[in-house]
Write a protein that binds this ligand. Structure first.
Ligand SMILES: CC(C)(COP(=O)(O)OP(=O)(O)OC[C@H]1O[C@@H](n2cnc3c(N)ncnc32)[C@H](O)[C@@H]1OP(=O)(O)O)[C@@H](O)C(=O)NCCC(=O)NCCS
Length: 331
């Protein structure tokens, strides 16, 4: 018999330092007006120099564990989704394991860009369904500021730092939500539209690679935008079909927080009123893998979700990956 999968705890962490659009005006040739009109973003949080991705991840993990009333030692596995690992190896999940005081459980790195949370829901639920795993900690964390080219105005105005975590459990005890199913996909044909070309085995770090700024995130914004709308709309449709429900059954869509225009375009594409989409990117910018879970955590703290309502996290990211899931909110 398939076991039911619950989100027992949820937590998110944004670093203390806030970087506003007016501060960015002093760094690159941009304006608050351009950033707000073209993206919706007003401010974002930036990690301190001595904070690595695992530090952000550990903060979010501790909050999710407290929310679940569970201890790190209760975790049977730890997944961390990030595109800004502390180091190319070992997995950032291993650093987090040490920081939160978990036992010697398996630690898994997931490299799917902004689709991290939904990918981990799908992958970890497979382990939970099969057993003997009972509790799995999934964490999405990124310090995008570490790979941001602060001279490139087309990317530095949207990227930000943050982390979010969920405790998944097979035990229905004080749960926040139930995971009802989802859809994950990737289209590698678009892999180079959004990438960090330097520092890996293709272009190992050399003086030349650094001089060519290959260690920074590169993005073809226009193409990524088009894929984001089409692929997320497809993921929404597939996840709805898999769960045997229609768009009107979903009370709240919680999309990846990349750009307000992308969220508006998806709403239009799938004929769903914009009011049913959660948007917090005005305050957070694009925090990559963590963004939709940060949005979910902020919205639930504002009391936006009601018991029994269906939620749909939907994401899109480097890869190009896409994903959507259906959750039943419990409170
Ligand atoms: C990056 C993005 C905001 C750029 O917005 P856009 O409307 O597509 O802007 P364009 O790239 O067409 O640029 C339009 C003009 O604005 C300029 N511009 C770009 N960034 C600017 C900035 N920060 N400030 C002022 N002008 C800027 C460009 O140079 C261009 O000028 P030109 O017409 O003189 O050449 C948008 O493409 C986007 O959000 N893409 C998706 C990004 C995304 O979601 N990434 C994460 C996926 S996980």
């Amino acid at each position: 018999m398939t076991r039911r999968i619950f989100i027992r705890g949820l937590g998110s962490y944004l670093p203390e330092k806030v970087l506003t659009n007016s501060e960015l005006e002093k760094m690159v040739d941009t304006s608050d007006e351009w950033i707000v009109t073209r993206t919706g973003i007003r401010e974002r949080h930036i990690a301190a120099a001595d904070q690595a991705t695992s530090d952000l991840a550990a903060e979010a993990a501790k909050l999710a564990l407290a929310d679940a009333s569970l201890d790190a030692k209760d975790m049977d596995a730890i997944f961390v989704a990030t595109v800004t690992p502390d180091m190319p190896f070992p997995s950032t999940a291993c650093f987090v394991q040490q920081k939160i005081g978990a036992g010697n459980c398996p630690c898994v790195g997931v490299e799917v860009g902004c689709s991290g949370i939904v990918y981990m829901l799908e992958l970890a639920s497979g382990l939970l369904e099969r057993g003997p795993y009972k509790n799995i900690l999934i964490i999405a964390a990124d310090k995008l500021s570490a790979v941001t080219d602060w001279t490139d105005r087309s990317t530095c105005v949207i990227l930000a730092d943050g982390a979010a975590a969920m405790v998944l459990s097979t035990e229905e005890k004080g749960v926040r939500a139930e995971y009802l199913g989802g859809f994950i996909a990737a289209n590698g044909a678009g892999a180079e539209l959004l990438c960090q070309p330097g520092g890996g085995s293709r272009n190992p770090a050399t003086e030349k690679s650094v001089a060519e700024r290959l260690h920074f995130l590169k993005m073809n914004g226009k193409e990524v935008f088009k894929h984001a709308v089409k692929d997320m709309a497809f993921a929404v449709d597939m996840a709805l079909r898999r769960c045997g429900i229609g768009p009107d059954d979903i009370a709240h869509f919680v999309p990846h927080q990349a750009n307000m225009r992308i969220i508006e375009a998806i709403a239009e594409y799938v004929h769903i009123p914009l009011e049913r989409f959660v948007a917090v990117l005005q305050r957070t910018g694009n925090t990559s893998s963590a963004s939709l879970a940060i949005a979910m955590d902020m919205a639930r703290r504002e009391g936006r979700f009601k018991r029994g309502e269906l939620l749909m996290p939907v994401a899109f990211g480097a890869g190009l990956t896409s994903s959507a899931a259906v959750l039943r909110w419990n409170g």
